[in-house]
Write a protein that binds this ligand. Structure first.
Ligand code: OAD
Length: 243
């Protein structure tokens, strides 16, 4: 911990990559592991573009569950600690999370490379709408339709779809220019997000990893591994920096 705090304190440009483990302490289920969503749902059947095109009603079973869980969740101490880290060099958060908890906590730059549940889009006419406007209807089990009659979908990246280009471009720029990459609560198995810490390392940055267990990054590219819950570890880092 002492060395990791020193690394944060010495860094001028810190970029953070977060995954589902960042939101677990807010009550949002991760995808993998014992309580993971993909234990219960097959992502190819429920969260892929082909599944949505074949049977969007079925995909909405999972969207509804995710929307409810994320709308009910509040940012925890770790999200708030990341806001405070902006005073210590943090300039961007690249997140795979679709729950908008970093923005809710007050982080300035959040690059949502897997999209957001906060917005619905129409796959036919491209119209978008805030999910909040349709929240009650969705919870009642209705499937939101666009004015044009098509079934809408959350503005998230489904399996088989490319990542949003502009957001990824910015994420790459931030990554290549940072001197410390903090990888928090991600299993680092889904590409291209999983390569972001490696990209940072190749550009000369150090890698600090926070996770309750080791990942494929830990023994390969991680310089500082802090094993523990994101909220608790981040709070400890923030408090140590303030001393
Ligand atoms: P995963 O569910 O794959 O991994 C969650 C990681 O968080 C694991 O490494 C856990 O050990 C760790 N973890 C769990 N609780 C934690 C806690 N309290 N503190 C710190 N770490 C904790 O989630 P992601 O890596 O985000 O993509 O998954 C990447 C992508 O796979 C997701 O964005 C999603 C999914 O399929 C799409 O849907 C496109």
């Amino acid at each position: 911990m002492k060395e990791a705090v020193e690394a944060v304190s010495n860094a001028d440009k810190i970029v953070v990559l977060t995954g589902a483990g960042m939101s677990v302490e807010s009550g949002v289920a991760p995808f993998r592991g014992d309580d993971g969503l993909w234990n219960e749902y097959d992502p190819q059947e429920m969260a892929s573009i082909t599944a949505f095109e074949r049977n969007s009603e079925r995909c909405w079973e999972l969207f509804k569950l995710q929307i409810k869980e994320c709308f009910e969740a509040d940012p925890h101490e770790g999200h708030k600690a990341l806001v405070d880290l902006e005073n210590f060099g943090l300039n961007s958060i690249i997140t795979q999370n679709i729950d908008a908890l970093h923005q809710e906590a007050g982080s300035t730059e959040v690059l949502e490379i897997h999209g957001t549940l906060d917005e619905l889009v129409c796959p036919s006419c491209g119209r978008s709408e805030e999910t909040e406007e349709r929240y009650e209807e969705i919870l009642d089990g209705e499937i939101p339709r666009c004015e044009c009659g098509s079934i809408m979908r959350p503005n998230v990246v489904l399996f088989g779809e490319p990542l949003p280009e502009g957001v990824m471009k910015k994420a790459r720029e931030r990554t290549e220019n940072c001197d410390l990459m903090m990888s928090i609560g991600t299993s680092a198995v889904v590409q291209p997000a999983a390569s972001i810490p490696l990209m940072a390392k190749r550009s000369g940055a150090e890698v600090l990893e926070i996770n309750i267990e080791s990942t494929s990054l830990t023994d390969n590219i991680t310089d500082y591994f802090l094993q523990g819950k994101a909220g608790e570890v981040l709070k400890e880092i923030r408090d140590a920096l303030r001393e």
